[in-house]
Each structure stands twice: as C-alpha cells, then as structure tokens.
Design a protein around this ligand. Structure first.
Ligand code: SF4
Length: 286
C-alpha cells in the first residue's frame, strides 16, 4: 500500500506510462514544459519528500522532449497507419510507372496535410507551380481553396489535399500551361490515391472538378449531374464540386454560393457546428 501522495502519484502514473509505451511501440515522449511541470510537482516542500526518498527504485521509462510531428486531430490514432503511410509515401515519391511524366516532372507531388484527417480534398493533377514546389494547390486556385478551407473553420494542416495524378502532365516542348490528365494516366496513378484513402480513412471526400470525379469513379460524368449530390467512393461519402480554378474564371456570387452550399453539406455530414454567418456566405444582398 502506498504511504504518500508522491508514491500514490507514481503508482497511478506508472501503468499509464507503460500502456503508452506499449501502444506507441517505443518510449513515450513529453514536451519540455510538461517535464518541467512534472518536476516542479514532485519537488514538495522540505520534509514532505521524505517518503519519496525512502521509496525503492521504480522502473523508469525514458522520456525526452520531442516536438509534435503531426497536427492534433480528433480522429488521430496511430494503429500502425503512420508507418504504412510513410512506406506508401516513399513508394509514391519514387514511382516511375509513366515514363513520359517521369521525364518531364520536377518531382512527384504526394499530397499534404493531416494523415488522420476526417476530410480529404482531391484535385486532378499538379500544375507548373505544384510541380516546382512539390505541394498540391499552391497556385492561385490553391490560394482560393485555402480560403474555402478557412471559411469551413479548418486549416490546411487539419485536412488532407491530394490529386488523382501525382505527376504534372507533360506539355509539348515550348508550350506553357497545364493540361488535363489522360484517362490512361489517371488509371495508372489511381491505385496510389486509393491506397492513400484506404490508410487515411477520411469520413468525407470532396472531389474538386469533373476530372477528379471521373478519376475516382472511373467514368466521365457531367457537373450538372453530380455537383452538390452525395456520391459514394467505396463506402466513403463523396461530394463533387467545382474546381477552384473554375471559380477564378467565374467570379459571380451565384457560382461561389454553389460551391459554398456543397461545403455546407460537407460540414453537416461531418457534424461540424455551422454559424449563422457561415450559412449566409455568398448570398445575394437584399
Ligand atoms: S503519374 Fe502516378 S503512376 Fe505515373 S509516374 Fe507519377 S506517380 Fe507514378
């Protein structure tokens, strides 16, 4: 039986730390400030630590200050997925399945964000800027997507963004701009995205533009048929909406509102709180 608050605290903490050690498959870590708080809590006033001094040595578990390497998420839990995602990332980044794209690309664009997210955005393919920076949606369309994500009360770090095609579609020599991925290219690359979705396990996928819809569903559809309607990607609810590049070309309130209404459906599906202000975005002023 323990005979001091200190030993009671140790007896309480030890099994928790051992469980953490087992679940994490390694030593638990703590931030420097947590360790400092723990140390100051165990430095009781003079005389009150005498029981601790008389304690038999207890098994110690190494703890070291460590930065948090992934953003916190309500859905986060490492059941080995992180290691499998790292392995998948390594394989994707060294993929050479499309010789023409390997020859023209600067780098493979794997995707960005929280690997344990509830919300996944899927676009079509890296453009020139994404190819140079190695991150999807970093050009003007990407900046607009970041604004949409912010209006939904998320950050880019909390969700995940990926593309159907992971390499920039090649362009004829001397021709600038970007082209749409070909169906055969999408079919070749799609298993990578399918594997990512399998491991990330999002609760909702948003397909940005018809190419993303076609890539995910494996058949062409029309925006009139699918936008704003729930589809299904292997059991994951799929919401098709316009690509942000479309909104840059069509900057009317009505088109912005259509995309926003799709995002409201996504927020409702995820059970996120929606403020009156959010509900009113892009409505015509009376
Ligand atoms: S587009 Fe996809 S399948 Fe083709 S080389 Fe790039 S990563 Fe590999």
């Amino acid at each position: 039986m323990n005979d001091s608050p200190f030993s009671e605290a140790i007896a309480t903490a030890l099994p928790i730390l051992q469980r953490m050690k087992k679940n994490l498959r390694g030593a638990p870590t703590a931030s420097r400030s947590s360790l400092e708080r723990l140390l100051s809590a165990t430095h009781l006033p003079d005389g009150k630590n005498s029981a601790a001094k008389n304690q038999k040595p207890v098994e110690t578990i190494p703890m070291k200050p460590s930065p948090i390497s992934h953003p916190p998420s309500p859905a986060s839990s490492d059941d080995g997925r992180l290691a499998r995602l790292e392995e998948l990332k390594h394989n994707i980044l060294s993929c050479t399945r499309c010789p023409n794209l390997v020859a023209s690309r600067t780098q493979v664009v794997y995707g960005v964000g929280n690997p344990f997210t509830e919300l996944l955005f899927v676009g079509e393919a890296p453009g020139e800027e994404e190819d140079l920076r190695g991150e999807p949606f970093v050009g003007k369309a990407g900046q607009l997507l970041t604004k949409i994500i912010g209006a939904m009360d998320y950050t880019r770090e909390e969700i995940f963004i990926a593309n159907i095609l992971k390499c920039r579609p090649d362009m004829p020599a001397g021709v600038s701009g970007n082209r749409k991925p070909k169906p055969a290219e999408m079919a070749t690359c799609l298993p990578w995205l399918a594997h990512q979705i399998d491991l990330i396990k999002p609760k909702v996928i948003v397909a940005l533009g018809l190419t993303a819809v076609e890539g995910l569903l494996g058949e062409p559809r029309t925006m009139r048929d699918v936008r704003g309607k729930w589809l299904d990607y292997h059991g994951v609810p799929l919401m098709p909406t316009y690509h942000p590049a479309y909104l840059l070309r069509n900057q009317t309130l009505a088109e912005k509102r259509k995309v926003w209404e799709d995002m409201l459906l996504v927020l409702e599906r995820l059970g996120r709180p929606i403020s009156a202000k959010q509900r009113g975005y892009f409505l015509e002023k009376e």
